[in-house]
Design a protein around this ligand. Structure first.
Ligand SMILES: Cc1cc2nc3c(=O)[nH]c(=O)nc-3n(C[C@H](O)[C@H](O)[C@H](O)COP(=O)(O)OP(=O)(O)OC[C@H]3O[C@@H](n4cnc5c(N)ncnc54)[C@H](O)[C@@H]3O)c2cc1C
Length: 323
């Protein structure tokens, strides 16, 4: 738990995030990030498509507090949509409202997302609104609901650790939904803390949406959940067209290929760009062993120093708090 808190704390550390960007740490993290630019990313998508795997593309970035930065992110996502269309690849978009200005101004963010959704709509491309932390949850649902008055190519994520997840799911059952356990640090006032409780709620939400909802994306690396879903869809005669499995780029690669080979719809979440820091720290919080995946590529002397310093500050903070 302490380790998890530590990495989540790091993921939200704006100083380290901007330092990581500023010093342009040599990414080379081909194992977890599909490319640093659109051309490289399209090549990675083509490779996955060859195996019957579709993709959802995430332009990495968060902690956006300047309008120029949000506008640049919007333009980059518009360019991705254009590239998906021109290359005829099987891919859609995942976006984070905070990257498009949610923390700056709601209406500004809505306009940015509307432009993206509208461009994607023209090409029949789906846009998923990723869900972030509790503070951004309701505003993100509001964005989705308001834009759904004019667009049907949008959907979002339900995070099973929230107490309100079931109600949100029922209210949004007519959307294509990705269901996840939840990646952020949330307080006991709003979210389950116990892994078993989260897992139990996760299964409950997946089963409900498979039976009652529109399309379901089951986004997990948890083989127990995946095996359970395989059994559940068989027993309930739920056709493959009603759901897909999703995993993150670079994680459990063999299992991704196997699920696609078995005939299930499979979609890989493909992050790309320079702003890898927050994304990567959340993956370490989920599973410190994930360090193995990237240790050679991402961990240069500079990152080690940064993380070492942050670890020192974090532990010092805990020790002084205890006094
Ligand atoms: C495609 C996708 C999109 C997501 N989008 C969002 C989002 O919008 N918002 C959000 O809050 N979160 C999102 N998440 C993150 C999600 O909420 C979880 O934090 C994350 O997926 C970790 O939980 P898990 O279900 O994969 O399994 P965990 O609970 O982390 O793992 C369960 C078990 O599975 C096995 N396992 C897990 N990973 C591995 C591995 N790499 N290799 C071998 N065994 C492994 C281990 O036995 C582990 O004990 C997303 C996740 C995915 C896959």
């Amino acid at each position: 738990m302490i380790l998890k808190d530590f990495f989540i704390g790091l993921s939200q550390n704006q100083l380290l995030n901007s330092a990581a960007k500023k010093y342009g740490l040599k990414l080379g993290a081909q194992n977890v990030v599909a490319g640093t630019n659109i051309a490289e990313t399209i090549e990675s998508i083509k490779e996955l498509n060859k195996h019957g795997i579709s993709c959802t593309v995430d332009n990495l970035g968060e902690f956006v507090f300047e309008k120029e930065e949000a506008t640049a992110a919007k333009n980059q996502i518009l360019a991705v949509i254009q590239a998906i269309h021109e290359n005829g690849v099987d891919a859609h978009i995942s976006l984070k409202p905070s990257q498009l200005g949610l923390d700056i101004d709601y209406e500004f963010c809505k306009e940015n997302i509307k432009e993206i959704v509208s461009a994607a709509h023209e090409y029949g491309i789906f846009v998923n609104f990723d869900m972030e932390d509790n503070a951004r949850l309701q505003p993100s649902f509001n964005l989705l609901d308001e834009l759904s008055e004019n667009y049907d190519n949008i959907g979002t994520v339900i995070q099973a650790y929230f107490f309100r997840a079931e109600e949100d799911l029922h209210q949004h059952k007519n959307y294509r939904l990705r269901i996840v356990k939840g990646a952020y640090k949330e307080s006991p006032e709003v979210a389950y803390q116990d892994k078993q409780e989260i897992d139990k709620n996760y299964i409950k939400l997946i089963e409900w949406h498979l039976l009652n909802g529109k399309f379901t994306s089951i986004a997990t690396h948890d083989h127990n959940v995946i095996n359970h879903v395989k059994q559940f869809v068989k027993e309930n005669n739920i056709p493959n067209e009603k759901f897909e499995f999703q995993m993150l780029y670079g994680f459990r690669k063999e299992m991704q290929l196997d699920l696609a080979k078995e005939g299930y719809n499979f979609c890989t979440y493909v992050p790309f760009g320079q702003d890898w820091y927050g994304y990567f720290m959340r993956r370490l919080a989920e599973r410190p062993q994930n360090m193995n995946l990237v240790v050679k590529q991402v961990f240069t002397k500079q990152t080690n120093t940064m993380i070492g310093l942050a670890a020192g500050a974090f532990l010092l903070g805990r020790l002084t708090k205890k006094k």
